[in-house]
Design a protein around this ligand. Structure first.
Ligand code: ADP
Length: 360
């Protein structure tokens, strides 16, 4: 019978020698079979956290439970965890097959069992044809598959991934991203995945822990973080292109974008009352763009932000329009059939149902 591979962290702190505080008071739970992504900018403490779960780094204070058992002082090899690294960490002098079998031989598993597990993993990853090759005769994507295979053959309780795709080119990254998600569905094992890439976090995670400076900023499903970011950091970190931020002044009735000129004023019925000087956050898909020329004849002032188009990026399925409004810049995501060009004067109309306000 397989055990329940829950990972629970309670008030974890890590202070390195020399007093560097790498993570502070981290508490969260990874459920059995869950794919949890730890995301945040470089230096926020993601790798430190992963290494503490793996047992490669000492926990300064707090408790780590794996499968209900307190593991702070359990040796790495006894934690039943497999880790996949960014640099693959393959043995260069061994063939792919030997690399896959190595950990199992150390554990003195029977030869038949080793052969069966290696065959299964190779099949699952599509590397059966390369079993007799050495790592240097493989592409980056193939090497990363072997590194994954080496973790899979061990049948661990928990998989840990430390930025496994960062050494791959953009196209291979997308392919491996899908592959790891597929494997996670197939293997039904608890996975904890570290990345600085918000796209990987959004697309792969069942839940995301978003970190900054060693502190959790938000913990939830990808869409919770996207739709209801708890602060400006999460709002700006999750989503590509990032959310637009426009400093405003709110007089109780209308909102004026600071420094965008008189045309930047627009009134709207807010559900929540913003602070006196809030920062308005609006995602590119929630900025409607209208060309001024189309509105001119109507003789009515449009509620919106007057702006000038600086750059147009047609991406095929959508077009990104980078605009300048007074001293601010904002990007709108529009339908590819809409014709706009550099230098066009436009009105950006924030969708009142999707506004975010942050304290300045
Ligand atoms: P991330 O993985 O998010 O880039 P890290 O966990 O590697 O972040 O680092 C978190 C913080 O801890 C950083 O300020 C880093 O400089 C510091 N740090 C990491 N490893 C050590 C170490 N061995 N000794 C001292 N400080 C360290």
């Amino acid at each position: 019978m397989r055990s329940v591979a829950e990972v629970v962290l309670k008030h974890i702190h890590k202070v390195y020698d020399g007093g560097v505080v790498a993570v502070q008071d981290l508490s969260f739970e990874v459920q059995d079979k869950e794919f949890l992504v730890l995301v945040g900018p470089s230096g926020c403490g993601k790798s430190t956290l992963l290494r503490m779960i793996a047992g490669l780094e000492e926990i300064t204070s707090g408790d780590l439970f794996i499968d209900g058992k307190r593991c702070n002082d359990v040796a790495p090899k006894d934690r039943d965890i497999a880790m996949v690294f960014q640099n693959y960490a393959l043995y260069p002098h061994m063939t792919v097959e030997e690399n896959l079998a190595f950990g199992l031989k150390l554990r003195k598993l029977p030869k038949d069992e080793i052969r069966r597990r290696v065959g299964e993993a190779a099949e699952m990853l599509g590397i059966t044809a390369y079993l007799s090759r050495k790592p240097k005769a493989l592409s980056g994507g193939q090497r990363q598959r072997v590194a994954l295979g080496r973790a899979i053959v061990r049948k661990p309780k928990v998989f840990l991934f430390d930025e496994p795709l960062s050494n791959l080119d953009a196209k291979m990254r997308v392919q491996m991203r899908v592959e790891i998600s597929r494997l996670s569905g197939q293997l039904q094992t608890t996975m904890i995945y570290v990345t600085h890439d918000q796209t990987e976090a959004m697309t792969m995670g069942h839940r995301i822990v978003c970190m900054k400076d060693g502190v959790i900023q938000q913990y939830g499903t990808p869409m919770e973080l996207y739709k209801h970011p708890t602060n400006k950091f999460v709002a700006g970190f999750i989503g590509m292109p990032p959310m637009n931020f426009l400093p405003c002044e709110w007089n109780g009735e209308s909102l004026a974008i600071t420094g965008a000129g008189a045309t930047g004023v627009y009134a709207t019925d807010f559900k929540t009352h913003p602070a006196a000087k809030p920062i308005l956050g609006v995602r590119p898909e929630h900025l409607r763009l209208e060309r001024m020329a189309n509105d001119g004849g109507k003789g009515e002032a449009r509620a919106g932000i007057a702006a000038e188009v600086e750059v147009v990026e047609p991406l095929g399925a959508e077009t990104l329009v980078y605009c300048r409004a007074g001293q601010h810049r904002a990007v709108a995501r529009i339908h590819p059939d809409m014709l706009v060009g550099r230098g066009d004067r436009v009105t950006l109309i924030p969708d009142a149902a999707h506004l975010h306000f942050f304290d300045a």
